[in-house]
Design a protein around this ligand. Sequence first.
Ligand code: IMP
Length: 187
Amino acid sequence: MAMPKENVRVLISQEDLERRVAEMAEQVNRDYSDAGDSLVCIGVLKGSVFFLVDLLKRLTFPVKVDFFQTASYGSGMTAGEVRIRKDVDLPLRGKDVLLIEDIVDTGHTLRTVLSLLRFRGAQSVRLCALLDKAERREVEVQIDYCGFTIEDLFVVGYGLDFDERYRNLPYIGVLETSTEPDPPSPS
Ligand code: IMP
């Protein structure tokens, strides 16, 4: 029987990621230069972790870091429903919040998380997303800092996974599956 084989084609190289993340960090440094120590950076687990670390290492002022984890499209849930699996621990009242996400796809996850952060009393909430699959959007989400707009492709690497694999690739790649015939069995 033919087995499906997965190949990863490079879409955004390691060098391009490094360059763009450095540009985004410069922009955040400029915009929050007066924030004092009130900025709380919140990553959405697990996909944002590689991006968050690289971005935050380039910030020139102290920030607090926390994480959110969501679960979506699980059994017993309707499409677009988002559940909080891990909440933030830090108090957000009166704080400036920078939400850091790997990719915005339909927008359901971010819309839920952003409204929850505002409900918690954050003074300001901005969204920083590495990738934007704009043509897949179902609900409107404002991205304040966007790394790259990409086509409607399933991507992996730099934190993004397929079935928990490929997160540690240092680049963003497109997962391509081909069906190749098995090698002939020895006679
Ligand atoms: P949304 O709620 O549809 O915007 O989904 C956002 C989440 O879906 C992201 O945080 C990712 O975890 C996941 N996701 C969407 N597109 C991709 C992709 O191309 N590769 C890997 N994960 C993806």
